[in-house]
Design a protein around this ligand. Structure first.
Ligand code: AOF
Ligand code: ZN
Length: 379
């Protein structure tokens, strides 16, 4: 569909309001189940210039959608206003009426959207409804920021599996830990806080039972005020080795925790999981290891649309081998501890300089003295 504006608009202003909407959409990232976290801001011309008179974000759990609360807040001021929506407004009668109809009824003159909705109940029909009602529609190229907010939803809708980010903290040589007792400090506290922020933005966090047993991490988001944003924990445990001392289990009653193992896992062990409020997810096996593509399908069906894979080396290798990784984030610890001997070191399947084929660096950040690289698949 070619949507040509009838008049010229202030592109910088459009970008500014769309960015404001994208920031709002991040607020419920990881909390909206199979629905994307969408945001809508209504902007009216006031005596003071263009001002936001209403805003809304998809509610936790996925409904109501973003547009109805934004329009409700704007009230009469929505008439002749511009609505900035991070995703094409829906055109279908679901549990609620179509948001495109809501926008039409409110009297807005213009709608600016960042991304077309791939849901085949919508996919262009939302834009079409608006245009047919005489509303000016501008489809902005939301760019990287829009795609990042929506990446889990887009992946799950188009490929029936979650968007997968592989995150690893390592030194320049790819060292991620030690085979000996105790943890090596790899990255700085600033990098760790960034990891916690990333956890909050994902639906799920995934580790192997090796990491769960040796590091015994809490796998939650411990930033002040964001504990409630802890992602669903998924621990792969093909040999049913986890026990009641697993730290993540102690908070399983308030943060959903799923342990994945084959159907043949011992009944008593499964009862132990249930006693601790931990869900058991039976999985298919492939040559003695958990069949990851099938598991990813199952997790997407549960509404887990984005997963942060946090370790360890074997899990990273398996995800890469199965071509399941969409993005790699490497925190490069500049003051990482060294193992006693080189043989004691555990190494990632790549280093910050020699990373997996098919990936390229798309962003470099500094977290204190550490560097952080974000790698995406080359197109
Ligand atoms: C919008 N605004 O805030 C969201 C939208 O099951 P339902 O009825 O909630 O429909 C889910 C679909 O609605 C989802 O796949 C996507 O197409 C759209 N989500 N649309 O206009 C919103 N969250
Ligand atoms: Zn809607």
């Amino acid at each position: 569909m070619n949507i040509t504006p009838k008049m010229s608009y202030d592109i910088k202003q459009d970008q500014r309001f769309l960015e404001a909407a994208l920031r709002l959409a991040r607020k419920h990232q990881g909390l909206t189940g199979t629905n994307p976290s969408v945001a809508c801001v209504i902007v009216a011309q006031t005596q003071l210039g263009a001002r936001i008179v209403g805003s809304g974000v998809t509610a936790e759990g996925g409904r109501p959608h973003a547009e109805p609360p934004a329009l409700l807040e704007a009230g009469k001021l929505a008439k002749d206003a511009t609505a900035y929506v991070t995703l094409e407004p829906c055109a279908h009668h679901g549990k609620t009426p179509p948001c495109a109809q809501n926008l039409i009824d409110s009297g807005v003159a213009r709608v600016v959207t960042a991304i077309t909705d791939p849901d085949n109940r919508v996919n262009g029909k939302g834009h079409e409804m608006l245009i047919n009602a005489g509303i000016e529609v501008t489809q902005m190229d939301g760019g990287d920021a829009a795609l990042r907010v929506m990446q889990g939803y887009l992946k799950a809708r188009t490929s029936s599996r979650p968007f997968i980010t592989l995150k690893m903290a390592m030194n320049e040589d790819g060292l991620i830990g030690s085979t000996q007792e105790g943890n090596l400090k790899i990255s700085s506290p600033i990098s760790s806080r960034q990891t916690h922020l990333q956890r909050a933005r994902h639906d799920g966090i995934l580790v192997g039972s090796g990491t769960a047993l040796s590091d015994n991490p809490s796998l939650d988001c411990r930033l002040p005020g964001l504990l409630g944003r802890s992602p669903i924990r998924v621990i792969l445990d093909e040999k049913s080795k986890l026990n009641e001392k697993t730290k993540a289990f102690s908070s399983a009653l308030h943060t959903q925790t799923i342990v994945v193992s084959p159907m043949t896992a011992p009944t008593e062990w499964r009862q132990m999981l249930a006693r601790n409020g931990v869900q058991h997810q039976a999985c298919e096996m492939d040559n003695g290891r958990i069949a990851l593509p099938e598991l990813m399908d199952d997790l997407a069906a549960k509404g887990i649309q984005s997963i942060l894979v946090e370790g360890g080396a074997r899990i990273a290798e398996s995800f890469l081998k199965d071509d399941l990784v969409d993005e790699i984030v490497i925190h490069v610890g500049s003051e990482a501890d060294k193992p006693e001997t080189k043989q004691d070191g555990v190494y990632a399947p790549f280093t910050p300089k020699a990373f997996p084929e098919g990936f390229e660096v798309c962003q470099t950040l500094r977290f204190g003295k550490d560097a952080s690289l974000r790698l995406r698949k080359k197109n």
